[in-house]
Design a protein around this ligand. Sequence first.
Ligand SMILES: CC(C)(COP(=O)(O)OP(=O)(O)OC[C@H]1O[C@@H](n2cnc3c(N)ncnc32)[C@H](O)[C@@H]1OP(=O)(O)O)[C@@H](O)C(=O)NCCC(=O)NCCS
Length: 311
Amino acid sequence: MMTTFINPEMTLRPIDSSGADDDALLEMWNASADYDPLTPDLWQEFVYQDPDFAPQHTLVVFAGTQPIAFVMGVVRSSGIGYIKMMLVSKTYRRQKVGKMLLLRMETALSALGARTIRVGEAPPAYFIPGIDPRYTSAIAFFQKNGYEKFSEGYHMHCDLLAEDWKTDEAEALLEKQGLTTRRATSSDFEPVMAFLEQNFKPWQFEVAASFRKNPIAVHLGLRNGQLLGFAAYDGTHTGLPWFGPMGTDPTERKLGIGAVLLRRCLRDQKDHGHTFSVIPWVGPYTFYAQHASAEISRIFWRFQKTISLLS
Ligand SMILES: CC(C)(COP(=O)(O)OP(=O)(O)OC[C@H]1O[C@@H](n2cnc3c(N)ncnc32)[C@H](O)[C@@H]1OP(=O)(O)O)[C@@H](O)C(=O)NCCC(=O)NCCS
């Protein structure tokens, strides 16, 4: 494993993918990432289980043997590069450790062909949809380094204890229109993937993960066996009550399918013992406010930078 000497006190090397760095890294992460604490399961999911995980793009800075900074970058099939996770320990900030890591990562992602680099995000295996502006130092840091805010992302919070999430009456109304809803079975996997391929390709990864849950964490809306819509939950963000994604065929919207599928998923999550659900990275927040009394709970600023060929 290549170790680089940064200064007399600090070294940098790729993460040890045997897991030897993980406990100390997780401790560092949780001491300095105030709004995004991670469990060991979430760490595994976001780092090692990322489909594009590569140790050479997952770098750790050490002061002696103590990890003090971490960055993970990926380039997705879209060609967009992402600084998926980045953190400098609070006691080591404003010493240019962040700048050094960012430059290295930008150079590495550029070498993989990325011309646009975004912060956070990295769908489909995403951690957060951007920077929570409460990390004011991170907002200042990325702006200083040439990144511009281009959009926002929102998480919503749904109080599962607020109601029973029954759908009987709404399903009876759907049936009058020849529409049915039910939990997916394993034989629905291929048709659902084909439906997503046509209408919602970026969500195949998350929905496939929901199919691996027991019971399958996907509900479907159909007319005469033909798939019109889906809603899934708990596919990613291990251990957190994570709703979505969901989608209805663009030509079949406003019929009430989505609302029933949403409530079926929320009912499952409540039955599994959760008291709330996170509806992440929305999307149509008025829909979730209306049908699940959900409220915006987190705001993320999306930042990107266009880079020319770096070497
Ligand atoms: C963003 C972060 C990685 C920067 O690390 P760092 O090692 O402090 O970065 P550098 O020392 O290279 O650069 C810091 C620059 O950011 C800006 N900055 C940081 N904090 C600031 C503050 N409180 N006020 C104004 N500017 C600030 C300044 O431009 C500063 O440069 P300066 O010290 O010369 O004025 C670090 O703040 C961090 O870990 N934040 C929380 C994690 C996070 O939100 N990550 C992003 C999403 S994955």
